[in-house]
Design a protein around this ligand. Sequence first.
Ligand code: AMP
Length: 364
Amino acid sequence: MTNVQDGRDGRKVLPPGSTIGILGGGQLGRMTAMAAARLGYRSVVYAPEAHSVGGDVATGHVQGTYEDTAALARFAAEVNVITYEFENVPEATVAECARHKPVRPGIKPIHLAQHRLREKEFFRTSGLGTAAYQRIASEGDVAAATTLPGILKTCTEGYDGKGQVRVATRQEVAAAWEKLDRRECILEAVVDFQCEVSAIVARGLGSEVRCFPIGLNEHRDGILRTTAVPSGLSPDIEQQARNYGLHLAKSLDLVGLVAIEMFVTRDGRVLANEMAPRPHNSGHWTIDACATSQFEQLVRAICGLPLGAVDILAPSRMVNLIGDEADGWAGYLADPAARLHLYGKGKARPGRKMGHVTYVTPTR
Ligand code: AMP
């Protein structure tokens, strides 16, 4: 590697030509590897599968389980910095990698994002508003449940609406808790929201921060369906959402990207729902309609480069292609307003994210 200089905070700037290690072989790593290549970086994906859609486009691929310390050491030896493309990488894996190379954004963000209760408590102590919630981990907790109507969510391993049950009475809490195998849960008040939004914030090695324009998100069956930018919300609500994102990035002492999903209540308050310390599905529009994509911004942040501009180039709407929707690729290609992205996944299963389309409206 050539020309390694000290960053503003004494940490190393990694110039183009360096190699980025990515834990996880999914589409977020794939698009990060593509952005890295565009800036002249190399990338190595680490994944348990022999074949991964991230590995397909990366410079290199190391196969190993997340517990395989020898394979992790081989991976770390090939790269200059390590990031992760999903927040359920075991903490011990990240700790093992960190013995060899810098891991950005590091352990703390995944420690929090892997556990809904820890995450909510961190939001509260960082001054971010959330829905009312209580812990449900025993029969006594069930008997004392008052956050109703609510949503019972497992603290760990729930995503895209999995591990969640809506409940209206204490009896329903009891039944739902059984259904969730009596695991540690959080009972959250149902928020009567007007809409859902997200902020994606990058923070660089020298603490520089940039927040992408706020996305207006629609979910279906717990899975993100569309993101529209600009959001069309009032400047005041957008500012609240941006402040939550910026505040969170600072509280985490982040180097990298963090996305925060929020509810906007009918009376105009913003409540934090969950965070993801990685590129986020609601930021895919940035590839086609923002001065810098979220993936390039991640590369810039973790390599110590100046962060890119986050101006909207054109109003846009991202639509996820889920399951067999991606089979309609020919139609999207024929639409001049549509930019098609397919992730190269073999089998379309219901609920599986196969690609996305960004509709870009030319500005006048
Ligand atoms: P989550 O896995 O927490 O992101 O939840 C997935 C989706 O379920 C959210 O994007 C919302 O549409 C809905 N949801 C989750 N929690 C709540 C809540 N407390 N009140 C209302 N809707 C919720």
